[in-house]
Design a protein around this ligand. Sequence first.
Ligand SMILES: [Fe+2]
Ligand SMILES: [Fe+2]
Length: 154
Amino acid sequence: MAETYARIAGPVVRTAEFRQMAAFTQHGDTSTMEHCEAVAYFSLAFARAMRLRLDERSLVRGALLHDYFLYDWHDHAPDRWHGFTHPRRALENASRDFALNGVERDVIAHHMFPFVPAPPRHREGWVVTLADKYCTLREVLMRRPYAPLEGTVM
Ligand SMILES: [Fe+2]
Ligand SMILES: [Fe+2]
């Protein structure tokens, strides 16, 4: 029996560190926290629908922290290259606040592919790059997160 999304995501989502992202706007009316939860949820849903063999725990944890850069890029991004530099910043912050494995680090570092040259090295990273683009498009067009994340069945 596969673990539920809530069971895998819970230990990260419940931390005060993770919840800092609620204060920052990502796209439209979506906070960075909601965006990260949507990407993590959709990544797992997609991986299961495609019956991909991968490490679901690393997939979800990496996705939850992929945008853990901890600032509001609309008004005070540290530099104008936010789109290219934020994965590195997210990785630095996440490495400081959470115990990450190599797959999780890869997910965070390479999630902006193909906008950055280096592709992910693991399958988990590929799924998150896809889920991130899908959720971003949805948030920009529909101005709300991917799915109601409370009371989900997966
Ligand atoms: Fe990102
Ligand atoms: Fe993202």
